[in-house]
Design a protein around this ligand. Structure first.
Ligand code: GLA
Length: 430
């Protein structure tokens, strides 16, 4: 089946601190060749194993599952307009160790939290009580599975993650998809990956209360190593598009700026898009979402909507066009052409959609100063978070050093630089 759950061997990753205060998250061999000061983090799976050692009953019967964080290469704020996106999964994982137990109780232990915080709930009443925020995601997944008739039995789970939190790299989607995968595999539910993604999105929308689109859960479930995922967010059909990983690296730069406005502005953007789609729909039968509209149609309704709404819609329409073009360029191995579209995407997000920030703009400008950086743009919802960059492999070290030197000068903040590999979507470890 297209998009079957990818397996990958347990491997060790290194988090590396650059002398220039940026940091690097990649494989140990890359770290070595970069001659950086290495501080090796315990891999997620080791932290899970460590936590299992102190579980009553020991580690017997646990299986290990993982799902990745993501970065969006292009196609921003298009998913909730039924449009196109092209993200890739990152080699940063949310890990779950899980075993079934007798009875109807679930117990989740967060290995990364101080004193290994735990949450216990009845699998038939995940909404009961007032759990800590981190535990709501697990309960949400159990709830959403049940909504579709996939009722789980009692289980114990331990969770740990090396997807940075609050940076816009979809640590919550990775959490939901990892747990849903673990529960589906453990209890024998056959769930196609797009459906699993939808189920996790619903968990986040309706149980956690965050109005995200479908992109993050889809890429976490359906990603493929060394490929981007071209996804049609209307029917969830998808295609894996190869990334020229021999010559280019996907580099993620975290601005370390808080994403305070992200929630409210996100919802406001969604409403503006719906308003314009409805205005066009009144004149053109068959326009259900901005995905169905053209720039000509938008011009026709200019008098019916505000100038701000006009610009919001113009971003979505132009961005959908860029994703389609970017997909062909990537498939042809034209990284430079792809990079140009990333630059256009950033300008459109900055000026028309207005979801960039001073820090994101500075990060993109500094990245563009480096020869070998062929594309740079903000990624994710915006208002802080990360940029995504396509950098020629030999230029990566100079790129990280340049960001590490100039970004703090411009902003007073310390960046983090992650040199990434496009990874497989969710699966079982081992
Ligand atoms: C967030 C949401 C996604 C998507 C992006 C913007 O990451 O979770 O669904 O809308 O913002 O492209």
């Amino acid at each position: 089946m297209e998009g079957a759950v990818g397996l990958r061997p347990i491997h060790r990753r290194a988090a590396v601190t650059l002398p220039c205060a940026a940091s690097y998250n990649g494989r140990a061999r890359d770290a070595h060749s970069l001659r950086l000061r290495v501080s090796v983090d315990m891999a997620v799976v080791d932290r899970l194993r460590g936590a299992l050692g102190s579980m009553p009953g020991g580690p017997q019967g646990f299986r290990y599952f993982r799902a990745p964080g993501r970065v969006n290469l292009i196609g921003e704020h298009t998913d909730y307009n039924d449009g196109f996106v092209l993200p890739c999964a990152l080699d940063m994982d949310f890990g779950v160790a899980l075993r079934p137990v007798a009875g109807r109780q679930a117990r989740i232990v967060a290995a990364d939290m101080p004193d290994a915080a735990a949450d216990t709930f009845e699998v038939d009443q995940p909404g009961q009580g007032d759990p800590a925020q981190w535990a709501r995601y697990a309960r949400a997944v159990v709830w959403s599975l049940a909504e579709e008739g996939f009722v789980v039995d009692g289980f114990e789970a331990v969770i740990a993650s090396d997807v940075p939190q609050g940076s816009g790299l979809s640590s919550s989607a990775a959490y939901e998809v990892a747990l849903a995968t673990a529960l589906a595999r453990t209890f024998g539910f056959e769930i196609a990956l797009p459906r699993l993604a939808l189920l996790c999105q619903r968990a986040e929308n309706r149980f956690v209360g965050v109005q995200c689109g479908i992109m993050d859960q889809s890429i976490s479930a359906m990603g493929r190593a060394r490929h981007g995922l071209f996804l049609d967010c209307r029917d969830l059909s998808f295609e894996h598009v190869p990334i020229d990983t021999e010559h280019y690296r996907v580099v993620v730069c975290d601005t370390s700026a808080p994403r305070t406005l992200a929630g409210s502005a996100y919802n406001e953007r969604r409403r503006q898009c719906e308003t314009v789609a409805a205005a066009i729909g009144r004149r053109h039968e068959g326009v259900r979402a901005l995905r169905d509209a053209t720039l000509e149609m938008l011009d026709e309704v200019a008098g019916d909507i505000t100038p701000v709404e006009f610009r919001r819609a113009r971003h979505v329409l132009s961005e959908n066009g860029r994703v389609l073009e970017a997909k062909s360029l990537l498939a042809r191995g034209d990284a430079v052409g792809f990079g140009r579209l990333m630059a256009d995407s950033h300008v459109s997000l900055r000026d028309d959609y207005e979801v960039s920030s001073a820090e994101l703009d500075a990060m993109v400008e500094i990245a563009n100063e480096v020869e070998g950086c062929v594309g740079a743009r903000m990624t994710g919802a915006g208002f802080g978070g990360c940029t995504v960059n396509l950098v020629a492999a030999p230029a990566v070290e100079a790129f990280a050093a340049h960001i590490g030197r100039h970004y703090p000068e411009r902003t007073g903040r310390t960046p983090r630089v992650y040199v990434c590999e496009a990874a497989d979507g969710a699966g079982e470890w081992g």
